[in-house]
Design a protein around this ligand. Sequence first.
Ligand code: PXL
Length: 289
Amino acid sequence: MIPSYVPRVVAVNDLSGFCRVSLSEAMAILSSMGVEACPLPTAILSTHTYHYEDYTFCDLTEEMPKILKHWRKLDIRFDGICTGYLGSSRQIEILSDFIRAEKDGSFLTVIDPVLGDNDLSDAETVYYDRMNELLCSMKEFVSLADVITPNLTEACLLLDEKYPSRPLSENELYELLYRLSELGPKRVAITSVMTGTEKMSVGVLDKIRNEKSVLDCGYVHRPFHGTGDIFSAVLTGALLRGRTMTEASQMAVDFVKAAIEQTLTYSDIRIEHGAVFEPIMAKFFSERL
Ligand code: PXL
């Protein structure tokens, strides 16, 4: 169904030229969901920072307030903001000022507190640059959010908890969700949670509607890059298209699952290239929205 209203969102993330991650995914997905996404790039890279050692990196921190100032001068009305990879505490400060100025009853703030993935004490650790510096600022930043979408690693970092070495029970997952909501956001989704030896889940809490659920991802952990970014983009789009937190999270889980299934049909699978979503996107969203 063609919507009579096109929501407009600020999409904040890095723009990595090659590999399906961050802003390139968010722009494609939000557009396909009937949402106008205005990009606010935090940095321009040639590729993402994991796997490739000689990537290029152009920091755009100083451009960000100028872009936001121009938008404010034009008196543009935004329905929300979604944020992903941020390069520094200064960027968080700039975005915090913007969110405080925009925030009214209906403005939606979705923060994906991108800090890392997997057990950070593990040899397979993914350390995004300057993670430690970001953590303190991120803890304050999430208090401005309506919705946050950390993976389990990020959830543990925000709560000063050790990453669990075994699958979590549903009650343990709910406890993490409630504790995160005490930092400010009333709606929380924790992704990449093992709830059985071969079972991956997403925990969802919506304190406004008093709903909580553990969604079965139906796939074993395949660390395709950018699937967290896909999840957060679909969730944002679905919320802006009027879905509840539980419905939007289910749609995001289903889309990631469909993209992974599609990816596994190709013979030249490279996890660092990300999950292939382009061929399935139009049909998926036309059926679901
Ligand atoms: O969320 C994936 C991602 C996004 N942006 C940058 C990254 C990565 C993962 O490695 O390095 C810059």
